[in-house]
Design a protein around this ligand. Sequence first.
Ligand code: DQA
Length: 148
Amino acid sequence: MNAKKIFVINGPNLDMLGVREPQIYGAATLADANKIAEQAAGECGYAVECMQFNGEGEIVDALHTAYRQAAAVVLNAGAYTHYSYAIADAVKMLSCPVIELHISNVFAREEFRSRSVLSPYVSAVICGAGVFGYRLAVLAAAEKLSHA
Ligand code: DQA
């Protein structure tokens, strides 16, 4: 475990931020979101490792790596949030703080987005703050770690 590293794991379609439904997700790109996370982590004395995967299994693999290497995880699992029991099981396995993140307000959108199969196993959920949520999520992770 790396006591000073926060994994920021992004799921499917988040590589298309800036292009994808900008009226919902905004104009910022994933590179912008990564920079926001990095800046917030630096302020708290942490490094970030930012990654993005379109595949469910790749996210599960990243969570396994987090088990060995990360002090905390920020996870925007995209649409997998709503139905992936495989990712939920991997999150459940982690003992470090996991912050579930959504750029959009998932409760103000289609009905299926209101349900997260991950939320029961995470330390906090942040949604609806746009890419600023990456900052909030990293700060929340650092705050949880300060009490760990
Ligand atoms: C999302 C919300 C999900 O419902 C959606 O499938 C995404 C992005 C968000 O960041 O708002 O891909 O997680």
